[in-house]
Design a protein around this ligand. Structure first.
Ligand code: PMP
Length: 437
């Protein structure tokens, strides 16, 4: 017993254990909000995932692949992507981009888009390099740049007031060209583009992308193009791939996600598409960290893309059907929020919608000089008191900018109609209580 005690005392270390690269990035809002939702939410429109199943053809392919004759699907596969998956991705994206892609060098499969992003920052960003990030942004970009030793440089989308009586659209949030231009310098290594954008649902127009592309070419900057919501575009809007603009293929890595594409976020299959000159360095990060992603999941995603290639542009295509269904859900949530006075910003894409909570401030009074942005306290209060989970917009801003737009919350509408109806019931009841004190 004495021996055991002395060993456990010895095990306590007095030197600092945390690597310097982790300083200041240990907080993660998802940990807090996922826990709050799990504890209190009756209706969870917080984190971005569907509560409906992936399409039957994909679930059936999974079962077939798991229980079929090819037991090698339970073993390791090629590190940079299961051959059937990289082949079909090369074919599919080759068609979209109008160029021949080599499946072995121009495509790499990752553990979700998340690991694709991590590979990009580790592969391209050095100490002292600057990376331009457009606010509001998917929150992991900032810590990932910092972990690589880089400096994030933020440029905001600025809202313009909508025309009288109209709801605001995500298209009303725009970059100021002069401000964007001023962020590019000799130190700029890369810009992260996320179109369609999480959290606003903004789909960057061709003109906006041309401005970004011109600056990238002029300053010899890389573009990390997070296109995980590429199929979720509404009202006949076009998703323009920045890699297809002049001078951009050679400097762009396209990032995609089967989780978002096929409504199967738990499978964690993602990919990168780009020139081998760039992807070879992603290989280096990938082979020295994750090595590869689950073989069966890759096999099934390959079958999903095979089907989609055959049905491309046809009404039966999942890439046509999913946005059609989601557009209806979006319209429904827009109406529901508008009716209670939580002004929605109508998204052109993604399955997120940001709404203005100003009219609800009387229920959750502001605390002057609080460290925590108002929207974050509001979202916590809402899930605890109303059972409805959403994510504060400030979570998508960098530290010093968290109070710039702090009276908005983000809802995810990739949900069963019953879930959206339950959210509507909560909002309606809340509204009634407000008007009859
Ligand atoms: N990029 C964006 C913009 C996202 O919203 C997400 C998921 N919320 C990801 C990347 C990560 O995708 P995956 O689940 O495939 O890792």
């Amino acid at each position: 017993r004495t021996h055991f005690l002395s060993l456990s005392l010895q095990a306590k270390m007095s030197r600092p254990v945390q690597a310097r690269r982790l300083e200041g990035i240990d907080k993660n809002i998802w940990v807090d909000f996922v826990k709050l939702a799990a504890t209190y939410a009756k209706v969870n429109l917080g984190q971005g995932f569907p509560d409906f199943p992936p399409p039957d053809f994909l679930k059936e392919a999974f079962v077939r692949s798991l229980s079929g004759q090819n037991h090698m699907l339970h073993q390791y596969t090629r590190a940079f992507g299961h051959p059937p998956l990289v082949k079909i991705l090369a074919q599919f994206f080759g068609k979209l981009l109008g160029r021949d892609l080599d499946p072995m060098t121009d495509v790499m499969v990752t553990v979700g888009a998340y690991q694709a992003l991590f590979c990009c920052f580790q592969a391209f960003v050095d100490e002292g390099d600057e990376v331009i990030i457009i606010e509001p942004f998917f929150d992991c970009y900032e810590p990932m740049v910092k972990m690589a030793g880089g400096t994030p440089v933020f440029v905001p989308l600025r809202p313009k007031a909508p025309k009288d009586g109209k709801l605001m659209s995500s298209a009303d949030w725009q970059l100021d060209p002069a401000e964007l231009t001023s962020k590019f310098s000799k130190r700029t290594k890369a810009i992260v583009l996320n179109s369609p954008n999480n959290p606003l649902g903004k789909v960057f127009s061709r003109g906006e992308l041309e401005l970004i592309a011109d600056l990238c070419v002029k300053h010899d900057v890389l573009c990390i193009s997070d296109e995980v919501y590429e199929w979720l575009v509404y009202d006949g809007k076009e998703h323009v791939r920045i890699a297809s603009l002049p001078g951009m293929w050679d400097r762009t890595v396209i990032i995609g996600s089967a989780g978002k594409t096929f409504s199967a976020t738990g499978w964690k299959v993602g990919w990168t598409v780009g020139p081998s000159r760039l992807l070879q360095h992603l290989h280096t990060v990938h082979q020295n960290s994750v090595y590869h992603c689950a073989t069966v999941a890759q096999e099934v995603v390959a079958q999903g893309f095979q089907r989609e290639l055959e049905l491309y542009g046809k009404p039966e295509s999942y890439f046509i059907q999913l946005p059609k269904e989601l557009q209806q859900k979006r319209d429904w949530l827009v109406q529901s929020l508008d009716a209670v006075g939580m002004k929605p910003i109508v998204p052109e894409g993604t399955y997120f919608l940001v709404a203005d909570i100003s009219e609800f401030k009387s229920d959750v009074p502001d605390v002057p000089n609080s460290d925590e942005p108002y929207d974050s306290r509001f979202a916590k209060w809402m899930v605890k008191n109303k059972g409805l989970a959403a994510i504060p917009l400030s979570a998508f801003y960098s530290g010093p900018h968290k109070n710039n737009y702090n009276h908005f919350i983000r809802f995810c509408f990739a949900k069963e109609d019953a879930t959206l109806k339950a959210a509507n019931d909560i909002l309606q009841k809340w509204k009634r209580e407000k008007s009859s004190p």
